[in-house]
Design a protein. Structure first.
Length: 382
């Protein structure tokens, strides 16, 4: 469009000049064609293009010029499309040639600017799109929570839970350490959950008093496959499939967090737990979970007041008091093991939950040393 406007302006200037020339030399018969003397000399050795007669006739008859493609040696869309051919230049006066030269320079300048803007816009487009695509594959930042493991108010271990979302659901990891008289326990669990917090796969490695155990579990059609490796033996258990079953090892706050999340979506109904401990000839069991809601409690988290929900979970006949925050995240758990509790760092329950009293000690014979409190039974292994 720019080139066409420039060409039209050039044509108008040439027509005005032609009219001025005719007014100075008298009226000409518009029906007469210019004589050979009125035309600029032409090299006889150079063949004239086919458009030259039409160009001469157009100039004398005040008719519109031929389109730009007939005046160009290479046609539209080229950088020299505004330059007359050498044969055409012989019939143009110096002013017209200068006009065409100026038009050509303007065309080149505008073309460079246009191409530069177009390239810059394309670069911005291709710079932003890959970055946006990259962000779509970056997983959400992982969140972690730290817990203290206490017995009768005394710290005996710690646990860390890490939680992150991905395209298929959630990834969780739990690391637990307990060191006390009679029990040296460590656990490392990696778990993949669906978007509904249902188990997809779990891997667990634990050490109980220097004895190692490895456990893996995953749903398989209409059952749950539980593989246990301990004391040099490998065992596979086929457990009844329950989509909402939660893998629940000892001292694992991450498993209780998952249980609370599933309970919200299922209105505290249809809850199950996978217990990875020996039960008779089975390497593990699946048991129902009953969840009862109690009156809300009060507490503080990192010094700020927080609403605390109180629930009691009954798992395989043993009860655990669970305290959760407004987002149903685990804040504290009073475990069925004698006097044990999981407490999130920075959380204080007011008034504090009453931990189970230590067992009564038998009277010692005279002169004998008093007996020490014993640790809870270690998880049974094969």
């Amino acid at each position: 469009m720019v080139e066409r406007c420039q060409l039209e302006r050039g044509q108008q200037a040439l027509r005005r000049r032609q009219r001025l020339r005719e007014s100075g030399t008298g009226n000409r018969d518009p029906g007469l064609r210019p004589s050979q003397a009125q035309l600029r000399p032409i090299d006889e050795n150079q063949a004239l293009p086919a458009f030259v007669p039409w160009l001469i006739y157009s100039l004398t008859q005040k008719m519109p010029w031929p389109i730009l493609s007939t005046c160009s040696a290479e046609g539209m869309g080229k950088h020299d499309s505004t330059i007359p051919s050498p044969a055409m230049s012989k019939f143009l006066n110096p002013s017209a040639n200068r006009l065409f030269a100026c038009t050509h320079r303007n065309y080149q300048t505008e073309d460079r600017v246009y191409r530069g803007v177009r390239i810059e816009a394309r670069m911005r487009q291709f710079a932003v799109l890959p970055f946006a695509a990259l962000l779509s594959f970056v997983p959400a930042a992982a969140q972690s929570a730290h817990f203290m493991i206490a017995q009768h108010g005394k710290t005996v271990g710690d646990a860390t839970v890490t939680f992150s979302a991905n395209a298929k659901g959630y990834d969780t990891t739990t690391v637990v350490h307990v060191a006390m008289q009679g029990l040296n326990y460590s656990l490392s669990k990696t778990e993949q959950l669906s978007s509904a917090n249902h188990l997809r796969q779990v891997q667990l490695s634990a050490t109980v008093n220097q004895s190692a155990v490895n456990v893996s579990a995953a749903p398989d059609a209409a059952q749950i496959l539980l593989n246990v490796s301990a004391n040099g033996r490998r065992t596979t258990a086929h457990l009844a499939a329950h989509p909402s079953a939660v893998f629940l090892p000892d001292f694992d706050p991450g498993a209780l967090d998952t249980l609370l999340a599933v309970a919200v979506t299922q209105n505290d109904r249809g809850l199950w737990a996978i217990i990875p401990k020996q039960s008779g000839a089975q390497a593990g069991t699946v048991v129902p979970v009953q969840l009862a809601t109690y009156a809300d409690e009060k507490g503080t988290l990192n010094g700020k007041p927080i609403e605390v929900h109180h629930l009691v979970a009954t798992i395989a006949g043993a009860k655990s008091d669970l305290f959760s925050g407004p987002g149903n995240q685990l804040l504290q758990a009073e475990l069925p093991q004698q006097g044990f509790a999981l407490i999130r760092n920075g959380f204080v329950l007011t008034p504090p939950a009453k931990a189970g009293a230590p067992p009564a000690l038998p009277k010692a014979p005279a002169g004998a040393q008093p007996a020490q409190p014993t640790a809870p039974p270690a998880p049974t292994q094969q």
